[in-house]
Design a protein around this ligand. Sequence first.
Ligand code: GTP
Ligand code: MG
Length: 195
Amino acid sequence: LFAPGADFLKGVVAMEGLPADDRVEVCFAGRSNVGKSSLINALTGRRGLARASNTPGRTQEINYFTLGETHYLVDLPGYGFANAPVAVVERWQRLLKRYLSGRAGLRRAFVLIDARHGVKKVDEEILTLLDRSAVTFQAVLTKADKVKARDLDRVLDQVRGALGPHPAAFPEIVLTSSETGDGIDVLRGIIATLP
Ligand code: GTP
Ligand code: MG
């Protein structure tokens, strides 16, 4: 699936701008700075692909990437950044709700969690929204290279505990590092074999 390569398609700010709902789609959600764009670059093997659209002031965009002829990878705007105006946050939440409930092709949401920090309160909101939208989601721990092996079990336990109450949660947690490439092939395999 990943061999033909990936390309930036478009940045979307409103439902009307979404591309045709005719491909298998996966999205990447997570707090600002958790490593969404870096993960998309690592998955596609194209350094700078996701960043290319990641210009300041465009952070509210849903960025679409085509993967081969059959898939979309979707980079969602980061949430939880400290100084965002209330109006911006509300606008983004409305768009996100409509996006999550309106895409037939959306097979799975990957919720990225910093492996150093585990699931935070701001993450809980999105997990609940995914439950309500009946979108299966899977936790992906990022920046694994920054965590000592002996601290990892504690974080994994915390994440498992946080996922427990969520019916839309997929039980397997993926541990990744965009820096070292750890877990990237595992995630590629998951995307390539989605039902
Ligand atoms: P927003 O677009 O603002 O929501 O952020 P993002 O989630 O797309 O994060 P981005 O990929 O831009 O990464 C944020 C910072 O974390 C950058 O400085 C990356 O180099 C760094 N980073 C991302 N992934 C990793 C990783 O696996 N390991 C390490 N050490 N650093 C990482
Ligand atoms: Mg980004």
